[in-house]
Write a protein that binds this ligand. Structure first.
Ligand SMILES: C[S@@+](CC[C@H](N)C(=O)[O-])C[C@H]1O[C@@H](n2cnc3c(N)ncnc32)[C@H](O)[C@@H]1O
Length: 304
């Protein structure tokens, strides 16, 4: 039985209410879904050992349910649950058991949520082709490491430095890089993204930063850093969440233009973008939660 078949069988037996959403994700692009699912499950199984499918699928279902619960609270109250990085670090990023479960859950959402399948395809088709064979990649907030590791496997001459605040990320991303056969080209360091402005400027050909911006008190500092780290002409893949609540989302973006402006205000040209939400929302929802991906380029000159 393939890992994908195992995943569907486990969902059917243990979490039947989550099965419809995952089938919907497969319908977005069945062949692409099957290829991604098998690849990512294979890395996960090699990284985490026995019993990967039940543990990771339970984490995915818990993550998805938490998102629904937080979105319902946000609809009622009009604000996200938390507003400071310190609270999130104390309650989420710094707690190994909480964060391990969270990161495996988040990992699976990147290919089992239908709208995230579109984002993964955007990454593979639109972004990866712009990554040079020997690019120096900086990944900010890699979490489980999926996006950067995917780039490393597709471009054998590239190297990556990854920076994340969470001790869990250091353990999981290193294991994932080993599982994908790229550990010799990936180095992860526990570091706050808000301190990366001290790194040498123009040191990266490529920056990857997925689903961090909504976790920050000062999102503009992140884009300032990306603009500073990238060489002129270098490219970045970034994603962010709009009107989408979660336990550790603290900055509420409402409009796509807010993310576009963050990039443009820091020397980055928006080459392409994709903003997409789930096909179903909560009954009587006022907000449409969206995930937005941007493909950016550091401007070479003053002109656009
Ligand atoms: C939602 S996860 C995203 C993981 C992965 N990039 C993805 O797209 O699935 C958010 C990540 O941001 C990290 N993070 C949050 N605040 C951070 C900060 N100030 N500096 C560095 N990493 C941070 C968390 O530890 C976590 O790994």
């Amino acid at each position: 039985m393939s890992l994908t078949e195992e995943l569907f069988a486990y969902l059917e037996s243990t979490h039947p209410r989550s099965l419809g959403g995952v089938r919907e994700a497969r319908e977005v692009a069945p062949e692409r879904f099957d290829a991604m699912c098998e690849l990512f499950l294979d890395w996960g199984a090699a990284a985490s050992g026995d019993n990967f499918i039940p543990g990771a699928v339970d984490a995915f279902v818990d993550f998805s349910n938490d998102v629904l619960m937080e979105q319902a609270r946000y609809e009622r109250r009009g604000t996200y649950k938390r507003s400071t990085f310190a609270e999130c670090e104390a309650e989420v990023y710094g707690k190994r058991d909480v964060m391990d479960h969270y990161l495996w859950g988040a990992y699976l959402t990147n290919f089992l949520w239908a709208h995230h399948v579109d984002i993964a395809i955007f990454f593979e088709d639109r972004f990866l082709r712009r990554v040079a064979k020997d690019a120096k990649i900086v990944e900010i907030a890699p979490g489980h490491g999926q996006f950067g590791i995917w780039a490393l496997t597709q471009r054998p001459g590239t190297t990556l430095r990854g920076f994340d605040i969470s001790p869990s990320s250091m353990v999981i991303a290193n294991k994932m890089a080993a599982a994908a056969g790229v550990a010799d080209r990936a180095v992860y360091e526990r570091r706050d993204a808000m301190d990366l402005d001290q790194m040498e400027p123009d040191c990266a050909d490529v920056v990857i930063c997925s689903f961090l911006v909504e976790h920050l008190e000062q999102p503009h500092k992140l884009y300032e850093t990306i603009g500073r780290l990238l060489k002129p002409g270098g490219v970045a893949f970034t994603t962010g969440a709009l009107t989408a609540a979660h336990a550790d989302h603290i900055f509420e973006f409402k409009r796509e233009s807010e993310l576009l402006h963050l990039a443009e205000d820091h020397g980055l040209r928006v080459l392409e973008s994709l903003s997409i939400g789930p096909s179903r929302t909560l009954p009587r929802a006022k907000q449409l939660p969206r995930s937005m991906a941007m493909l950016l380029q550091r401007r070479k000159h003053d002109h656009w």
